[in-house]
Design a protein around this ligand. Structure first.
Ligand code: GUN
Length: 283
């Protein structure tokens, strides 16, 4: 491997250090940021994510509530809880862990979260503000990707960024944020013809297609920045990104590892959003 690593764990720790200091200051003024996390059912991956969010709150001195509800919880019961949290003054951020059980309509639940407490940035009003370029709570993983690139000292303006993947959670918002940073953005997805012709033009390649080791060195221009958003659990139990790290790091420029790249940034951005929401709600 010749490429330098982009260290998401280290960047994330730097941001958390600043958040910790700001929380201490706010607490002296009587404001403790509060996050409510709601988990419905027993999905093992979701349980791990929720535990990590709870730990991050403890680590940074936030108030947190975790509501673990049985898989049989009705949509009405879940909406009643969201409504209660919307009106709870010590809660500034609400996150309903996805996916939800099949009998619950995710869109109805996301729409019910108060826009100003939507720390996932999934509510249509926050998505709309992101498209327009207005102030909004930004979705955590895309915001983490941008922060990671910038804090590594990589210039985005004027670069050709290619994004593989068009999900609502990552591909679409990260494309918009790269554009906001003055990159020229190309989006690719599972139905793109001649994908390699496009990805080989990328100065910055962001991969969020959800397929283990999908991108190898033949997709990458020598020296390109490579950001791997993938988190795929292999049959062996090992975690793999969407990028074949061993192959790509032979040709790329700075590259994120999995784990230790984008992953740690996501929860850190959630903590940052909760702090922003707390300050805005307090006025
Ligand atoms: N499930 C996987 N990623 C996410 C996320 O970013 N937010 C929520 N609410 N659920 C998820």
């Amino acid at each position: 491997m010749s490429a330098p690593l982009i260290n998401g764990k280290q960047v994330s720790e730097e941001i958390r250090g600043a958040l910790r200091e700001e929380v201490e200051r706010l607490m002296k003024q009587g404001l403790t940021p509060g996050l409510a996390v709601v988990l419905v059912g027993e999905d093992p991956a979701s349980q791990v994510y929720v535990r990590n969010k709870e730990k991050a709150c403890q680590d940074l001195g936030y108030y947190s509530e975790v509501h673990r509800l049985p898989a049989a919880t009705s949509q009405e019961e879940l909406l009643a809880l969201v409504d209660k949290l919307n009106n709870q003054n010590n809660i500034h951020g609400i996150l309903v862990q996805l996916p939800l059980p099949k009998h619950i309509d995710e869109k109805s639940v996301i729409d019910a979260i108060a826009v100003e407490k939507d720390v996932d940035g999934f509510h249509p009003v926050n998505v709309g503000n992101l498209v327009i370029g207005d102030d909004s709570l930004l979705p955590c993983t895309p915001a983490g990707v941008i922060e990671l690139i910038k804090r590594t000292g990589i210039e985005i303006a004027g670069k050709h960024a290619v994004v593989i993947g068009r999900s609502n959670i990552v591909g679409k918002p990260v494309s918009l944020l790269l554009q906001r940073e003055n990159a020229t953005v190309t989006m690719c997805h599972s139905r793109t013809a001649n994908m390699k012709e496009l990805t080989k033009q990328a100065d910055i390649l962001v991969v969020a297609i959800g397929r283990a080791n999908f991108v190898d060195a033949s997709y990458v221009k020598p020296g390109a920045v490579v950001i791997d958003v993938g988190m795929n659990r292999l049959d062996t139990g090992k975690l793999a990104g969407d990028v074949d790290f061993a192959s790509v790091s032979e040709v790329s420029g700075p590259i994120t590892p999995v784990p230790g790249g984008v992953g740690p940034m996501t929860i850190t951005m959630l903590m940052q959003n909760t702090l922003i929401a707390a300050k805005r709600l307090k006025g």
